[in-house]
Structure formats: C-alpha cells, structure tokens
Design a protein around this ligand. Structure first.
Ligand SMILES: Cc1ncc(COP(=O)(O)O)c(C=O)c1O
Length: 400
C-alpha cells in the first residue's frame, strides 16, 4: 500500500513553476537567461501599502484575526465590490484567504462530491483542473481556440453542461491568454446559465484592473443580477497591486458557501497573515493612481511583444484585451528541427529547445490545455522583452 494518498497521484506539480525553476538553474550555471514564465508583475509594491504594513507591525497588530479575515478588511472589500463592480455584499458574505488560490481551493473543497463536474474553459490557469481533482471532482476542460479569441461561446457552454455540472470556472481577463469578455459576450453566456439553475459560477477576476485600449471589465453577477445567488466572485491584491508575496485573496458570495469555506480555513491555515491584511486594507482604500501608470507600461509591452512575435516565422500571436500574457500559436514551427538538432514534435519540445538554445523561458501550451502554443508573461522590462523576442525570432528562422 502506498504511503502517499491516492488523491495526490491524480495531480501534477505546477508546470509554470517547473519551467521557472529550470530557468533559474540555467541562470545559476552562468547562462544568459530571460525568464518570461512567471506570472507576477515586475513592479514593486507601492510605498503607501508597505507603510501601512510597517505601521501595523509597530502598532502591535500582529495577533490572530477571524479565520476568514478581519472586519476592517471585509469592509474594504465590500466597498470595493460596490464601487467597482456594482455588487452589494455584506461582510458575512466575504471570505479572505492566503491568496486567491486558497479561496478557489476552499470553495471547491467545500462543494465538490465525487463525480461532480467542473467546466473549465481551455486554455486555463494551470491550477484549476488539479484543484478540482484534489477536491474529488471531475474537471471538464472545454477547448476555446484562437478562432474565437480564446473565448467560450454560448453554444459550447450549452453543449458542455450535464446534470452533474456543479461549477463553471470563468476567468476574464484570462491567464494564460489575456482574453477578456466584453459585456455583451458575457451576457450571452449568462443567458445560457440562466437556463441551468443547478450550475454555479466561480468567477476569477484576478486580472480585473489589468485591461488595455478601450476594454471595460465586467463580472457575471454584475452583468446578470439573477445569477448573484449562485456566483462566487473571486479577486485579490496579487496582480494589480503588485502584492504576490503578501498572499491575500478574497471572494464575495452566498452566506452558506462563505460559511463552509470558513470551516475549512479554520481547520487548516486559520487567518491569512494579519500584517498582509492591514496592507490590503490600504491597497483597497488608498490611492489607486499607480494602477493606471503601471498599465501604460503593460500595454506598451504587450504591443511590443505581439508585433515582434508576429514577425517570427511560424508564430501567430493574437492581441489580448488584458492581463500580462500573450498566447501565440506555433503550428508553423512543429515537425521542424532546431539548429541544436532537436525535433520539435510538440509545444513542450519547442519550449525546451528554446530555453536550451536561446535562454528564453516560456511555458508550453499543453500545460494550459491548448496546443500547439506557448505563454509569454510580459511583466518584465522592455529591454528584456526586445532581447527575448529577437532570440525567439532567430530560433524560428533557424528551424529546418
Ligand atoms: C487566473 C489566476 N487566478 C488566481 C491566481 C492566484 O493568485 P494569488 O493566489 O496570488 O492571489 C493566479 C495567479 O497566478 C491567476 O493567474
């Protein structure tokens, strides 16, 4: 009998972390490596947020809080939902966790029974299917290709729903594609969901603030208020506030679900870091000006990467609405051999050869459930992006 649980044998380690680790090892060995695989902003946490954390420490606010968040932060989150999403939540409808990741995991653990299905539009954030498996459910990936801008269509959603469907996980703007749903696109999906009252919506709005051009963010319960009683609206401070390491995520949802999530958290990790909660109060209540300034840089980098990648042979790179990722397809590169002699049969082969031969680290599409493609995170300097994209261009030009 195995010492490790059977549940664990169903899940795999995060491929994005594996790629980042491989890149770090090559760098440590002295190679010139450009990492475009990590999903975090290169900007520092703004000073006023850091100062709030330091003040909290000095004031002795260093004890336990309520397991799913302290009242001051829940108030700030309610105000944020009202101000930015026209959603009315009471503090009893709010859960705060150690990152959005824990919130999503708690929600799945709190609701899934064996055989329950979760629809996950693909390409997807790598953790969704494995979290569903850990929680005992059945992930149902639903391919959303570049022909529809990597977005779920109402017909595909309708066809995927079964009597066992418990959740649809919705993520806009998306990791890994950056695709964002406009109001009318989301409205068409909510019309399908209205016809299936047993399906709940877990919306991951982590990249809400990172949108470009004239795109306007919207979230399911805002677009269709009739879905509010069966929607969990998940968000966090990691991406827009450059606070990945502080580990604060949160959600608004029905009281019974929030209570079930609290039960799990109270018996596992207890409250998220108290100091990080005070920093998050300041993040949500304080000045938001830096977000627009950061977005000017993100948009410039997105445009740079899209144009340089589209100039590379065999690569086709759509322009996404938001987040800090692009997801080019590489159909034109497969079946060829790299200068270093590697046959590129899959997108994983492509990304491994790219890293070994040029030092550019990106993540292969199979990790996100849609091939042949790769994900670029452009949350790094313009110079590094230019260098990386020219190396990718040369790599592609060298394929035979
Ligand atoms: C789509 C998406 N959801 C959730 C998360 C989790 O964010 P965190 O746990 O840092 O709040 C991430 C982080 O990469 C993400 O990309």
């Amino acid at each position: 009998m195995s010492f490790l649980s059977e549940t664990l044998s169903r899940v795999k380690p995060s491929p994005t972390i594996a790629m980042t680790t491989k890149a770090q090892e090559l760098k440590a060995a002295g190679q010139s490596v450009i990492g475009l695989s990590a999903g975090e902003p290169d900007f520092d946490t703004p000073d006023h947020i850091k100062d709030a954390a330091i003040a909290a420490i000095r004031a002795g606010k260093t004890k336990y809080t309520a397991p799913d968040g302290m009242p001051e932060l829940k108030q700030a989150i309610c105000a944020k939902f009202a101000r930015e999403n026209s959603l009315s939540y009471e503090p009893a409808q709010i859960s705060v966790g150690t990152g959005g990741k824990q919130i999503l995991y708690n929600a799945l653990m709190a609701t899934l029974n064996p055989g329950d299905e979760v629809i996950i539009p693909a390409p997807y954030w790598v953790s969704y299917p494995d979290m569903v498996l850990l929680a005992g459910g059945v992930p149902k990936p639903l391919t959303c290709g570049p022909e529809h801008g990597y977005k779920l269509t109402p017909a595909a959603l309708e066809a995927a729903i079964t009597p066992r469907t418990k959740w649809l996980i919705f993520n806009s703007p998306s990791n890994p594609t950056g695709a964002g749903y406009a109001w009318d696109e989301l409205k068409a999906l909510t019309e399908v969901l209205l016809r299936h009252p047993h399906v709940w919506i877990m919306t991951d709005d982590m990249y809400e603030h990172l949108v470009y051009d004239d795109f306007t963010f919207c979230t399911p319960a805002e677009v269709e208020p009739a879905l509010y009683p069966r929607t969990l609206t998940v968000n966090g401070v990691s991406k827009a506030y450059a606070m990945t390491g502080w580990r604060i995520g949160y959600a608004g949802g029905p009281v019974a679900l929030i209570g079930a999530m609290r039960k799990i958290q109270s018996q596992s990790t207890s409250n998220p870091c108290t100091i990080s909660q005070w920093a998050s109060v300041e993040a949500l209540n304080g000045s938001q000006d830096f977000i627009a300034a950061n977005n000017v840089a993100f948009k410039r980098r997105r445009d740079l990467v899209v144009s340089m990648l589209n100039a590379a042979e065999g690569i086709d790179c759509p322009t996404p609405e938001g987040a800090f990722y692009v997801y080019p397809t590489i159909g034109g590169c497969l079946g060829k051999t790299s200068k270093g002699g590697k046959l590129l049969a899959t997108d994983e082969d492509f990304c491994n050869a790219l890293l070994d031969e040029t030092g550019v680290a990106v993540v292969f599409g199979a990790a996100f459930g849609l091939s042949p493609a790769f994900r670029v995170s452009y949350a790094t300097s313009d110079d590094a992006l230019k260098d990386a994209c020219s190396r990718i261009g040369e790599f592609c030009a060298g394929l035979r």
